[in-house]
Design a protein around this ligand. Structure first.
Ligand SMILES: Cc1ncc(COP(=O)(O)O)c(C=O)c1O
Length: 364
């Protein structure tokens, strides 16, 4: 893996050759994947005796005695209709967290390879690396929470497999500049993952439009945020067909349950409803920002393209504890390097946001 350190000379067009078989772990390259009953027979039949299911039924009104579609084709077709990304370029995971973990398992050799994260950022890139015994290298964001390209370039070596970028970033809320991500894509021949969990709340366009240009780009999205379906657990990875085929090779055979698939298929018909919720959350975000600005112990509210605000306050821990006493739970990020003194506040309903502001007015 290479990346020039002299940024004045950085390539504006892609100069790297991406060879997925060189990135893959040896054992995964050689892996003979599990072949499920649903992989081995496609077609119509009236008697199914191939998967050791219970043919009699389920102890429920609706039966779930059959294994679900391992590749969630109906969901992928609906997502293709909504996002314009072909089904062949999609992987569906049990939450984005599964999409994150599978990348480590496919591409990163425990005890040898490393990945780069840009803190403060979403914690699972690091936790998942630790679970898989992969070295984490840190290129902290600049004070404006944008990427430090020089620091990233300096960390890359021959064992760097993945650069994780979160945009809009959690917990800072800002989108990462498009050109910075393009610079990395043009100069790094490992995988570049852009996690767009909060993209529906952002002014900036999605990085998915770069997918046809960059075979090493993976975009993660989720139905846990704007779509309001966190309890169902559905994350998406969008990438080249080659990368998707690796995901499919190593995933648990039936990673999305039948009940979840049914509910998601219904939910995906309701894009309009989701757009109404997004509009309301964005309006509430701006209302909350204005109200917070008027409070004396609020020192700074960072720009947000997400469904939360990062707010610097005097005595963050005391404010946090005070709110908990009032039965209001926010996230204390004050110990996170780069977010000192900050609380991360998710945008609630209009009523919840009003109650939060009322409570904060009486904090002394
Ligand atoms: C940036 C980011 N990515 C991924 C996730 C997890 O998404 P999922 O619920 O799909 O696992 C979160 C959850 O908070 C997140 O903030």
């Amino acid at each position: 893996m290479q990346m020039p350190c002299v940024f004045a000379e950085i390539n504006k067009t892609r100069s790297m050759s991406f060879r997925i078989d060189q990135l893959l772990r040896d054992n995964i390259r050689k892996l003979v994947p599990y072949s499920s009953a649903r992989d081995e027979f496609h077609g119509q039949a009236s008697i199914w005796l191939d998967a050791n299911e219970n043919s009699i039924g389920s102890p429920l009104l609706k039966w779930y005695n059959r294994y679900p579609d391992p590749y969630q084709q109906k969901i992928k077709e609906k997502i293709a209709g909504i996002k314009g990304i072909p089904a062949a370029n999609q992987f569906i995971g049990n939450g984005s967290d599964e999409c994150i973990d599978l990348l480590y398992r496919a591409f990163c050799e425990p005890g040898r390879d490393n990945v780069i994260i840009c803190p403060p950022t979403y914690g699972m890139y690091e936790v998942s690396a630790n679970i898989n015994n992969i070295e984490i290298r840190r290129a902290p964001l600049h004070a404006d929470f944008q990427l430090d390209l020089e620091s990233i370039a300096g960390l890359i070596d021959g064992n760097t497999k993945i650069i994780w970028i979160c945009s809009p970033n959690n917990p800072t809320g800002n989108s990462i500049h498009f050109e910075s991500v393009e610079t990395i894509l043009n100069n790094f021949d490992g995988l570049v993952v852009v996690d767009e969990a909060y993209i529906n709340f952002a002014r900036q366009k999605s990085f998915t439009q770069l997918l046809p240009e960059y075979p090493n780009l993976i975009i993660l999205q989720t139905l846990s945020k704007a779509w309001g379906l966190a309890g169902l657990r559905l994350g998406m990875a969008f990438a080249s067909e080659e990368i998707i085929s690796i995901y499919n090779k190593i995933k648990p055979p039936y990673n999305i349950s039948e009940a979840v698939q049914e509910l998601i298929i219904k939910a995906l018909d309701n894009v309009e409803e989701v757009n109404v919720m997004i509009k309301e959350i964005v309006q509430q975000r701006e209302w909350l920002r204005n109200e917070l600005t008027t409070l004396p112990n609020v020192k700074h509210i960072y720009p947000s393209d997400a469904n939360f605000l990062l707010v610097k306050v005097d005595e963050a821990k005391k404010v946090y504890d005070y709110l908990v006493e009032k039965q209001i739970v926010v996230r204390d990020r004050s110990k996170v390097p780069g977010c000192e003194g900050c609380l991360r506040i998710t945008i609630g309903t209009e009523k919840e946001n009003k109650e939060l502001i009322e409570a904060l007015k009486y904090f002394s």
